[in-house]
Design a protein around this ligand. Structure first.
Ligand code: UDP
Ligand code: MG
Length: 334
């Protein structure tokens, strides 16, 4: 197999020729939202990690400023002025991490990309390991969290429940405890870019496109500065997005729930008829009547709610709005 660094015969039509002394190019894609305090330590740590790889790959950075309201953009522009490898895409508002990652991938023309969080929870020390595996010929190298003890107990439990439910009902399994931090080859980037959907659950899309995949493990640290932007309600919605994007089982299950309830009701009807014939009309029955009416009412509302979840997503897709809007690009020849 060709080492990916040679790039002899990757036929991607819109691929630019990349002389750069034959060095492979790798872009770090960093979505940032209100992270003014994290940028400097992030750049320091990443530079230390990629410096030894100088002979093997040329790195560049694409920061996607996802509608920050603090001094994040200023910090990024300062960094960009000081280091020509840095590019900054400033989005017109907060579009969410998934959209920001998509913006970064769309702008990336390198041989490989590594989406990475700015809070150093995705340790830059792992980057050389990702590159090694890529060199062995894998198109996707996942970074798996060997230990999540830096996350709260609730987040760990809810994450594990999410993976279990998702992988139980979705056709494309997503690997446990793997975030967006990974290396993806040019072919994978192009495959991702060819997916037209607007609501982008990146972890699911990454899994859906497939390709030869290797895994390296790391320990997830605490965030270095600022606060997590994913808590409670947002995580719940994120989980719903994941499940509804990759499974229609919640829609279809109602066929079976309905069939089972109808069958039981039919049997119960037979019992009542038999009882009436044998013992005459029996007035009591108020409790069972009320319970069954309420139960069925609840089930029906749940079913309608789930249809609503999907319908809302169909509506969002059908409007065909862009996934993100770029306000300005700094760097990259601009
Ligand atoms: N992020 C973003 N847009 C958002 C929320 C988060 O670009 O709307 C970025 C954030 O700046 C960070 C990464 O996504 O670089 C991961 O976010 P966070 O650390 O809050 O998530 P957690 O690690 O708690 O899951
Ligand atoms: Mg984080």
């Amino acid at each position: 197999m060709n080492a990916p660094f040679l790039h002899i015969d990757r036929t991607t039509p819109d691929r630019l020729a990349r002389p750069k002394n034959g060095l492979a190019t790798i872009t770090l894609i960093i979505p940032v939202h209100n992270e003014e305090a994290a940028i400097a330590p992030f750049l320091k740590a990443v530079r230390e990690a990629i410096d030894p790889l100088r002979e093997r790959a040329a790195f560049e950075f694409i920061f996607v400023n996802d509608g920050s309201s603090d001094a994040t953009l200023d910090r990024l522009i300062e960094a960009q002025r000081a280091d020509p490898r840095i590019n900054v895409i400033d989005l017109s508002r907060n579009f969410g991490k998934e959209a920001a990652l998509t913006a970064g991938l769309d702008a990336c023309d390198a041989d490989a990309a590594i989406p990475i969080d700015v809070d150093l929870q995705d340790p830059p020390d792992v980057i050389p390991l990702l590159v090694d595996k890529w060199r062995e010929g894998y198109e996707v190298v996942l970074a798996k969290r060997a230990d999540r003890s830096s996350d709260s107990f609730l987040k760990q439990r809810s994450a594990s429940l999410f993976y279990r439910v998702h992988n139980w009902i979705a056709q494309q399994k997503i690997p446990d405890d793997v975030g967006d931090f990974r290396l993806i080859d040019r072919q994978v980037i192009d495959a991702l870019r060819s997916l037209p959907e607007r609501r982008r659950f990146m972890k699911g899309l990454f899994a859906w496109v497939g390709f030869r995949t290797a895994t390296v493990e790391y320990v997830r640290d605490q965030r270095i500065a600022g606060q997590s932007k994913f808590s409670g309600w947002r995580l719940w919605n994120f989980a719903l997005e994941g499940i509804t994007s990759f499974s229609t089982a919640p829609l279809e299950i109602w066929t079976y729930v309905g069939a089972a309830i109808s069958a039981l009701s039919f049997l119960y009807g037979l019992v009542i008829i038999a009882k009436t014939l044998l013992f005459g009309i029996d007035v009591p029955g108020y409790a069972s009547l009320l319970v069954s009416v309420l139960f069925l009412g609840g089930i029906q509302l749940l079913g309608i709610g789930i249809i609503g979840q999907y319908l809302g997503r169909v509506y969002a897709e059908i409007k065909q709005r862009p996934i993100y809007i770029v306000r300005r690009v700094f760097g990259g020849g601009n």
